[in-house]
Design a protein around this ligand. Sequence first.
Ligand SMILES: C[S@@+](CC[C@H](N)C(=O)[O-])C[C@H]1O[C@@H](n2cnc3c(N)ncnc32)[C@H](O)[C@@H]1O
Length: 224
Amino acid sequence: MSDSSVRSTTRNGGEISHPLFATLYELSPQGFLLAPHREYLADDLSGRVLDLGCGTGDMFPFVADAAGDDLEYHAVEPDPHMRTRAAERAREVGLPVDLRGDRAEALPYPDDSFDVVLSGMVFCTIHDPDAALAEVARVLKPGGEFRFLEHVHADGWQGTGQELLNPVWKRVAGGCQLTRETVPRFVGHEAFSVAEIERLEFGIFPATPFVRGTLCRRRGGLVG
Ligand SMILES: C[S@@+](CC[C@H](N)C(=O)[O-])C[C@H]1O[C@@H](n2cnc3c(N)ncnc32)[C@H](O)[C@@H]1O
């Protein structure tokens, strides 16, 4: 596979940069826990697909395995340390990826340009998740799918523990927040209907529980 099959560009000003987190993320032993959920995200992908905040490219092997002939894969990853590893991973698994350094809050694509947008543990970290969700709605074609796997704010004592830990956690975990209320944010957005959503009690405290699901971009005019 030639280098030209991974296109990497950086736009939109200041970069997010967490070299230590990028190294630790790549070495993390979480892979076997996440594998079935990555298979869900990658299932039967076709057309133009965007991987939001692709990190070190952990989705790429799953996408390469499940890809149809007409797949055109794009990814954004603003952290250059993550992005370099993602480019290497794409080459290793033979997945052509148009990889860019933009943030989810300001995607460099026209309206209605993707069939599927994927998000794997990204809405915990994005600085402005409402702006990012509006961008997902904008770039998805009507009827297109937003597939996600995200860890969210827990209930009860675990939720209280997350609130206490969050100030330290976000410093050591590349900006990841433990207390994001991602389900109401997603379910309440008028540009989407919920195809499926499931709460998953896997993972290790404090980054648990998870939600996994698919939203469909409504047909008709976009709001906002
Ligand atoms: C926990 S990692 C998840 C990586 C990957 N999606 C996966 O499934 O393993 C979160 C990623 O989101 C990226 N990120 C942070 N802020 C972002 C933003 N505003 N837009 C897009 N990605 C962002 C981080 O650099 C990091 O690579």
